[in-house]
Write a protein that binds this ligand. Structure first.
Ligand SMILES: Cc1cc2nc3c(=O)[nH]c(=O)nc-3n(C[C@H](O)[C@H](O)[C@H](O)COP(=O)(O)O)c2cc1C
Ligand SMILES: Nc1ncnc2c1ncn2[C@@H]1O[C@H](COP(=O)(O)OP(=O)(O)O)[C@@H](O)[C@H]1O
Length: 310
């Protein structure tokens, strides 16, 4: 898959099948569309292209928007790569871009830059300044500019019954199992392991504290989870606590993981944790000793869960 940092950087003489969207999560619904794009391109001897935007329109158009996304742009790129697409165009969503008329957008970006011969798109897709054009307008433009529009019907979309919003809601409720089944992979978070207060090791539960690079990445609800990770290409399971650590008077939100049967220095390493199961909400305990007893129970729960899953 070739990547381009804007539509004007896309240089390719071959005509294409294009789909357009944010594709946050690259979930099973997105994958059915992407599969259709890849297969259509093969059948019709065209190149397959995804046009996506970054930052998210809401991050640009709504002041103080605190929208959280399922994927960082890096994750989105990696997930799209797996679908077998020929080209990924990540076009900068700016104020100027949002002011393009529907005609300018279709003519300059879809037709002149991306050489669209076919556009495969959801029935409710809207585009152009103030999002005032719809799929019927796109079909009209197709007559002028000689491309075809293939509509993905409401039924086809409803049959999958998955949306990025539903997945965000599931994660906000701690329901990682529902989120994972919609995503078709385990929801994950990556970051560098940084130093904390070094209290963990004093209760025999050292925890790797993750520092996120992107403030727009969605973090599941505060609480304790069973997770898995890949450390030096070995699969390691763990228990992750998300929250402010009120028992030890914490204020900042942290994401910290105690890895099971593991004892190595992780400071400075980049790690990814995949969420498997919610264990419980974060609580304020009366003492660190009670917290330690509780973490022992969390560990037992995790081991039991992992054993039953085998
Ligand atoms: C599995 C697990 C569950 C945890 N649950 C809670 C909790 O419910 N409430 C809380 O205040 N802290 C909780 N913690 C966080 C501890 O307070 C934290 O790990 C400890 O303060 C160590 O912090 P440090 O990494 O800065 O040394 C939990 C930690 C782990 C590993
Ligand atoms: N089983 C383990 N799980 C997590 N971290 C571990 C483990 N064993 C050793 N470590 C190391 O210990 C560090 C965490 O120790 P901790 O006392 O919690 O300190 P800190 O407050 O700096 O996180 C981790 O960043 C990692 O380098």
């Amino acid at each position: 898959m070739k990547k381009y940092s804007s539509a004007s950087n896309y240089k390719n003489e071959r005509q294409s099948v294009v789909t357009i969207g944010t594709f946050d999560g690259v979930h099973i619904g997105h994958k059915t569309i992407l599969k259709r794009v890849v297969e259509t391109a093969k059948k019709e001897n065209l190149d397959s292209v995804v046009l996506t935007f970054f930052p998210h329109p809401r991050m640009v158009l709504q002041q103080n928007s605190d929208i959280k996304l399922l994927n960082t742009i890096e994750e989105r790129t990696q997930l799209l790569e797996k679908t077998g697409l020929d080209h990924l165009v990540i076009h900068p969503f700016t104020h100027a871009f949002s002011r393009l008329t529907a005609l300018e957008y279709v003519r300059d970006i879809l037709v002149n830059s991306l050489k669209a011969k076919k556009i495969i798109i959801g029935y409710d897709h809207r585009f152009g300044r103030n999002r005032n054009a719809d799929i019927e307008d796109l079909k009209e433009f197709g007559k002028t500019y000689n491309f075809e529009v293939e509509e993905i019907s409401a039924k086809e979309i409803d049959d999958v019954a998955v949306s990025s919003t539903k997945i965000r809601k599931a994660l906000d409720a701690g329901d990682v199992e529902t989120a994972n089944s919609y995503l078709g992979y385990n929801f994950m978070i990556s970051g560098e392991v940084v130093r904390g207060k070094a209290i963990g090791r004093t209760i025999n539960y050292p925890t790797a504290n993750l520092k996120l690079k992107e403030n727009y990445k969605l973090v599941p609800k505060n609480g304790v989870y069973v997770v898995q990770s890949q450390i030096n290409s070995e699969k390691i399971f763990g228990i992750t606590s998300i929250g402010t650590n009120p028992t030890v008077g914490g204020k900042e939100k942290t994401i910290e993981t105690h890895f099971l049967n593991f004892n190595k220095d992780l400071y400075g390493k980049e790690i990814t944790i995949e969420f498997l199961k919610f264990i419980r909400d974060e609580e304020t305990f009366d003492s660190v000793e009670i917290l330690r007893q509780e973490i022992i129970k969390d560990e037992k729960f995790a081991k039991q869960y992992l054993q039953e899953r085998e």
